[in-house]
Write a protein that binds this ligand. Sequence first.
Ligand SMILES: [Ca+2]
Ligand SMILES: [Ca+2]
Length: 122
Amino acid sequence: MVHFLSSVPSNESSKGASVPKSIDKACPRAPWQPVSSDIKGAAVVVSEDQVRGIFNRFDANKDGRLSKQELKDAFASLGSRMPGVRAWLALQHADANGDGYISEAEFDKLVKYTLKRGYIFK
Ligand SMILES: [Ca+2]
Ligand SMILES: [Ca+2]
């Protein structure tokens, strides 16, 4: 059975001073939570330098910037189940000038974004 609004008596608002108990202690707040929900099994978290190296390697045509296709290949190699989506999201996040490529200047954002997403390399 699902009740919508049926458990809220109409005269409740006149009290005003009641504070719900046992909420604060039950869930301690973490300021930052590692993103690990889509990663399973033992793996090694890589350093920023390693991420840079990997993205550099996926600059297939060596023009010094990453196209969406190159990003897609890179994310696929990182074990992403949806590399196309990841590439798109990464571009949304890191492609500051909106030309569809991650240039050297935008590379930092891409690397930090990737690290923040919790990507793990084996
Ligand atoms: Ca390229
Ligand atoms: Ca760009």
